[in-house]
Design a protein around this ligand. Structure first.
Ligand SMILES: NC(=O)c1ccc[n+]([C@@H]2O[C@H](COP(=O)([O-])OP(=O)(O)OC[C@H]3O[C@@H](n4cnc5c(N)ncnc54)[C@H](OP(=O)(O)O)[C@@H]3O)[C@@H](O)[C@H]2O)c1
Length: 251
């Protein structure tokens, strides 16, 4: 299959971490014109400035993904401003710490709103636009956390598990119209989300996840993959641990 090129892209959740690294990889290495979205304007401006300093083309738009009603009009506006759209990456996410005996609906709802409902709010207009054009690539950054219901953060695991299934449905729905849906499921990545955690296995830099993600998207074919790839073998084992044993493990 020929390598895809992306002239234009929207990256949602691009002010730091994996999303910022993907936006940078696209703009600086691939020559993509990128719209970067997130809530923190100063962080967004810093990422855009570093992209431009490296010769890339990018602009920032402040947006809160829980403002679902604003998405359709903002999507149209961005497609107009970019002059079309080849790629949309949804990398926005939150993982709020949940203590052992804590059952806090406000925290749970927030994670589902950003990680899952935000994905749907952005994927719907994107899928419709790509379906109409019979082309386009949609990337969702899910997580290994969505593979099992771990005891330490039920809502985060649920939001990522549901995100992975949602993206699978979208892939099955749109691939016949020439649309690629790529799901990446990173293991541990060195970002604000994992700050201060020194106990994490196989932790990698966001730039590595970004390179692999952009390469996968360019290769086409709608893959769903663990990053780094070795997590695939680990998860094949973890998924098969019987529930009565898994509940006693801290993985
Ligand atoms: N770090 C890991 O180990 C790891 C592993 C697997 C998967 N992931 C996933 O990777 C994705 C990126 O996380 P990260 O590790 O790169 O952490 P991060 O640096 O905290 O990045 C999170 C991004 O999401 C944005 N965001 C959060 N809430 C938002 C909202 N309401 N509206 C718009 N944007 C919002 C943040 O921007 P603002 O705060 O400026 O809005 C930021 O750009 C997440 O979906 C996370 O679940 C991370």
């Amino acid at each position: 299959m020929a390598t895809k090129t992306f002239s234009t892209a929207i990256v949602v959740g691009a002010s730091s971490g994996i999303g910022a690294a993907i936006a940078t990889e696209l703009a600086v290495t691939k020559g993509t014109r990128v719209a970067l979205l997130a809530r923190r304007s100063d962080q967004l401006d810093a990422v855009v400035a570093s992209i431009r300093a490296a010769g890339g083309d990018a602009f920032a738009v402040v947006h809160d993904v829980t403002d679902y009603d604003a998405v359709p009009a903002l999507f149209d506006e961005l497609v107009g401003r970019l002059g079309g759209l080849d790629l949309m990456v949804y990398a926005a996410g939150v993982m709020t710490a949940v203590a052992e005996h804590e059952y806090d609906f406000t925290k749970d709802r927030f994670m589902v709103e950003v990680n899952l409902l935000g994905t749907m709010a952005w994927c719907n207009p994107t899928a419709a636009y790509f379906e109409g054009r019979r082309a386009g690539t949609l990337v969702g950054v899910s997580s290994i956390a969505g593979e099992r219901g771990r005891r330490d953060n039920p809502a985060y695991c649920t939001s990522k598990g549901a995100m992975t299934i949602y993206l699978e449905s979208l892939r099955n729905r749109t691939s016949r119209y020439g649309v690629d849906v790529v799901t990446v499921k990173p293991g541990f990545v060195s970002t604000a989300m994992t700050e201060g955690r020194e106990d994490l296995l196989w932790i990698v830099e966001p730039s590595q996840i970004a390179r692999d993600t952009v390469q996968l998207a360019a290769a086409g074919g709608s893959p769903e993959v663990f990053l780094p790839r070795r997590w695939g073998a680990a998860l094949a084992v973890i998924r098969n641990i019987p529930s009565p044993i898994f509940r006693h493990l801290n993985i």
